[in-house]
Design a protein around this ligand. Sequence first.
Ligand code: ZN
Length: 178
Amino acid sequence: MEHEKYMREALRQAKKAEALGEVPIGCVIVSGGKIIARGYNRRNTDKNTLSHAELNAIRKASRKLGDWRLEGCTLYVTLEPCQMCAGAIVQARAERVVIGSMNPKAGCAGSVLNLLQVAQFNHQVEIVRGVLEEECSQMLSDFFRELRRKKKEKRAAETEMKREAETEMKREAETESS
Ligand SMILES: [Zn+2]
């Protein structure tokens, strides 16, 4: 299926984010049956709030098309867009957003808000949800599980080092007093 094919590309972008230790979120933009731009989350790497997958892809798509308008374009995103990205998608007049997994705590394509389809705005964006949902959400939960594991490991190592230092100090104190 067409949607799945492009979502796989978005997942490939998400993997690039993961390789940098970033939350794995990817996006591709399709126009006229072709991928015209790709993007992935680089927020920590770039130290920039604006460096979300969608905005990185939108910037590239506009450069390619020579236009801020992305009319007729479809964005494939592995995770439901946030308020900033949803706002940019509306501003860019994109036609459609295809979403992998939803984000109940922060998503603005129907979860917390639906900024893509506010009747009072001059543009609404078509939404397709749940494309390769399993893979998309699995990727995120794997990432966060690994992150928790690493944190726990680090904490355990720190506790161990502290204990060693204390033992050392005690031993020295004993040697001095004897
Ligand atoms: Zn965003």
